[in-house]
Design a binder for this molecule. Structure first.
Ligand code: PMP
Length: 427
């Protein structure tokens, strides 16, 4: 049997950090990431044959649980007829129609291969349509690794952003302005300071890349009004929340219709598939109907589209009711432990997406989340892992549930969390 440590040492020689995406390397929590052999339902098994209850779910997509037999079957059937054509298929129309049917105000879309591509392309469309260069993003929101998104807040609320990765040019950074999530006044200030220059505001409607921070009541509606008033596009990045927090995503829950949407994760049913889309007046400007260029060799890949189609088909309204019940069970279980022991923790949950914060404060803003006790989270994370509960290896990541997380598995998880917290706080 190979060990994860042995594989990590081998991997490090040929890949940065030994991984193909940085958080997988466990740098912030320390230790060795389990190398995975297989996953099924709510479980994931590593090369040492240790099985965990999985709350990462490949960072969100596996809402039906891993290796759902009907999804696998659909993919195998498709694959037998060829894995890629670089030419249109009927399946792509079906997926577009199904998506449009489900998401409020979505009129047209384009399939791409990753959430990064979806967000990058949506911003290009907003810039192309408005003829403006600048965008506003929120501190702590993540929209993939395109240059315009790898920007951190400047020294003052009204300054330009600074690159937070070498390789992102100052020229690019000056066009990304940073506002604060749940603080509409920071958005209004940026619009006032940059009149007729802002093409779009891009936001995660529930901030999942700093744990799970829901929008305050009315925040997204205010954002919609502010964008309309200033002639800027509102881009809802529903890569994480789309088809997860509700059948029609966060837009359905909060009653906000953006000009452009970004999707990924659940939409691809575990394959590299994502999409951007929105109002027809924007999407008609995309090539070949319009002049805004965007393309992809593997876009609309038949296997990925089949996985996405089958996943959406299986996501009935009843599934979301079941996920809500599962989420409530986990939330109640954890809340009881926090209360009983008076632990300095707080939590948020929207449907099957949740965050446990190592701060007693109700986390509403990016500043709140930066007050979390990271060393304590890291200790807790490792105790959970030892007890067979696989959480995302960072305080700043959301957790996810699937229909394969039965009540019995949730109860087992709650007991493990209780034990992990006891070990963390009594150590
Ligand atoms: N937007 C959001 C909200 C995300 O959570 C992510 C990925 N976690 C992305 C965009 C980027 O997607 P991808 O990793 O598929 O490029």
């Amino acid at each position: 049997m190979k060990s994860s440590l042995e594989l990590l040492e081998r991997a490090r020689k040929v890949m940065p950090g030994g991984v193909n995406s940085p958080v997988r390397a466990f740098r912030s929590v320390g230790g060795t990431p389990p190398f995975i052999l297989r996953a099924n339902g709510a479980h994931i098994t590593d090369v040492e044959e240790k099985t965990y209850i999985d709350f990462v779910l490949t960072w969100g997509p596996a809402i039906l649980g891993h290796a759902h037999p009907e999804v696998i079957e659909a993919c195998i059937k498709t694959m037998r007829d060829g894995t890629s054509f670089g030419a249109p298929t009927e399946r792509e129309i079906e997926l577009a129609e199904l998506t449009i049917d489900r998401v409020p105000g979505l009129e047209m879309l384009r399939l791409v291969n990753s959430g990064t591509e979806a967000c990058m392309s949506a911003v290009r469309v907003a810039r192309g349509v408005t003829g403006r260069d600048k965008i506003i993003k929120f501190d702590g929101c993540y929209h993939g690794h395109a240059d315009s998104f790898l920007i951190r807040a400047g020294s003052g609320a009204l300054t330009f952003g600074n690159p937070n990765s070498p390789g992102v040019t100052a020229g690019c950074a000056k066009d990304t302005l940073i506002a604060q999530f749940n603080q509409i006044e920071t958005v209004e200030a940026l619009f006032e300071a940059n009149p007729n220059e802002i093409a779009a505001v891009i936001i995660e409607p529930i901030c999942g890349n700093t744990g799970c921070i829901p929008p305050r009541d009315g925040f997204l509606t205010q954002l919609r009004e502010t964008c309309t008033k200033h002639g800027a596009a509102l881009i809802l990045d529903e890569v994480m929340t789309g088809f997860r927090v509700a059948r029609g995503g966060a837009a359905e829950i909060y009653g906000v219709i953006p000009d452009l949407y970004c999707f990924g994760k659940v939409l691809g049913g575990g394959f590299p598939l994502a999409a951007y889309g929105g109002k027809e007046e924007y999407m008609r400007q995309v090539a070949p109907d319009g002049p805004i260029y965007q393309a992809g060799t593997l876009s609309g890949n038949p296997v990925a589209v089949s996985a996405g189609l089958k996943t959406l088909e299986l996501l009935t309204p009843e599934v979301y009711q079941a996920l809500e019940r599962t989420g409530q069970r986990l939330e109640d279980g954890v809340a009881a432990i926090i209360e009983k022991n008076d632990y300095p923790l707080s939590q948020h949950r929207v449907g099957s997406m949740f965050g446990l914060f190592f701060t007693p404060q109700d986390v509403k803003t990016h500043a709140d989340v930066t007050r979390c006790d990271i060393p304590k989270f890291n200790t807790f994370f490792h105790h959970c892992l030892d007890l067979g509960v696989y959480l995302a290896p960072s305080q700043y990541e959301a957790g996810f549930l699937s229909i394969a997380h039965t009540d019995a598995l949730i109860d087992e998880t709650v007991s493990s969390i209780e034990e992990a917290l006891k070990r963390t706080f009594n150590a």
